[in-house]
Design a protein around this ligand. Structure first.
Ligand code: UD1
Ligand code: UDP
Length: 377
């Protein structure tokens, strides 16, 4: 092992921060030298700073400030910024998270510089290449040296794509670790009071390009959300991406519909914990509602997280079917087909990942038996 090897985490967007916090904590507990590179893909205080505070993440060692742009422009800025920073810090391993453009760029830079990489949340597939995230997932997994899977179906997806199974570790879900850690702080009452919500309510989050970029799709979605608001008051902490298009389509404050800025992590999950229903197109929110046992209607034709349907409270809907599905969910409450949570969603994914990384840094290649010991701890 190199003397005192450095692990760098590349983070850029809201869900990255949530997934990284337990890994950073796990590595810190093992005394491994590490640092965060913030790419600046998300930069508003409510999309970034609030997560560092709520999740107890250390200050980044660098912020590249890449900001927003088309896919090509944003990715180009990420590539040049990350190349400089990786050359400067010479990490032994770079850890990337999820499926955002910052993840893709970090993997490409490291592959060309021959710097080893680990991907947390490997192997998720929607099989929908029109999603920019799906492209990022496929490329990232093809180039990663260590792949950390959050749910079992990821293993077959990776094997079907020719990824060497020896690189893959089923470790559970670090986003669920963060949720476990936050649970004692999740109190709906203060957030409800601040937002002026009384009684039963639903929470909606919408930001997928397929839903919010096209005016016609946005109008259909807003009409559907208004159909839900006829049944129960709906609060929408609105992602900046959809704000203008959805407002033009009619998603504005009105009786039973409250549009607010994105919420901090603890405030948002507090609100979700107290909700009768969640309507979303987020990836992570499908998992968090499964864990919290809150009914979730996902307005998408597919999900890369089918385990939240088979083992959780999640159902896929179209805009046309949303109002009726909401009525049923409000009447039935949370129901889960399997009656049990996904395997290893137990709050210990971060320490599992940290142990695999520690062994990898030592140069130990884990045998399948050792891997299963790591997974079951
Ligand atoms: C990105 C990810 C998506 C993830 C989402 C999490 C990609 C391709 N997409 O989508 O997978 O689900 O983050 O939230 O990486 N904006 C602001 N302030 C910010 C950040 C963004 O106003 O702090 C606005 C800008 O107008 C920007 C737009 O949001 O153009 C989109 O931001 P971007 O990071 O490109 O993609 P997201 O839609 O956030
Ligand atoms: N989230 C939040 N505030 C909000 C909306 C979402 O803290 O107003 C959290 C949510 O709990 C989850 C993460 O942001 O942990 C999910 O991010 P997002 O939906 O933006 O991205 P995706 O998961 O779709 O990639």
């Amino acid at each position: 092992m190199r003397d005192n090897p450095l692990v760098l985490h590349v983070l850029g967007a809201r869900p990255n921060f949530v997934k990284a916090a337990p890994v950073v904590k796990g590595l810190a507990e093992l005394g491994i030298r590490q640092g965060i590179i913030h790419t600046g893909q998300h930069y508003d205080a409510l999309m970034s700073d609030v997560f560092f505070a709520d999740l107890g993440l250390p200050e980044p060692v660098a912020n590249l400030g890449v900001g927003s742009g088309t896919h090509a422009r944003q990715t180009a800025a990420l590539l040049t910024g990350l190349e400089d920073v990786v050359l400067e810090h010479r990490p032994a391993l770079v850890v990337v998270y999820g499926d955002v453009n910052s993840t893709l760029a970090a993997i490409l830079v490291c592959a060309k510089l021959h710097v080893p990489t680990a991907h947390v949340e490997a192997g998720l597939r929607s099989f929908d290449r029109e999603m920019p995230e799906e492209v990022n997932r496929v490329v990232t997994d093809a180039l990663s040296d260590l792949l950390f899977a959050t749910s079992p179906e990821a293993l077959s997806h990776l094997s079907n794509e020719g990824v060497d199974p020896a690189k893959v570790h089923l470790v559970g879900n670090p986003m669920i670790d963060s949720l476990f850690a936050a649970l004692p702080k999740l109190d709906p009452a203060p957030v409800q009071e601040r937002l002026g919500i009384e009684g039963r309510y639903a929470v909606a989050t919408l930001h997928r390009p397929a839903n919010v970029d096209d005016p016609q799709a946005a109008r259909e979605l807003v009409d559907a959300v208004l159909g839900v608001a006829e049944q129960v008051p709906v609060v929408v902490p609105l992602h900046p991406r959809g704000r203008q298009r959805l407002a033009e389509a009619g998603l504005v404050d009105r009786p039973h519909l409250k549009i607010v800025d994105p919420l901090g992590y603890v405030d948002f999950l507090s609100l979700v914990r107290g909700a009768a229903l969640v309507v979303t197109d987020s990836g992570g929110v499908q998992e968090e509602t499964t864990m919290l046992g809150v009914p979730c209607l996902t307005v998408r034709p597919n999900t890369e997280r089918p385990i939240t349907v088979t083992h959780g409270t999640n159902r896929l809907v179209t805009p046309a079917s949303l109002p009726a599905a909401a009525s049923k969910a409000l009447a039935d409450g949370a129901t889960t087909p399997s009656g049990e949570l996904p395997p290893l969603w137990d709050g210990a994914a971060g320490p599992r990942i940290a142990r695999v990384i520690e062994a990898w840094l030592r140069g130990d290649s884990l045998s399948p038996a050792a891997q299963s010991r790591v997974s079951s701890r």
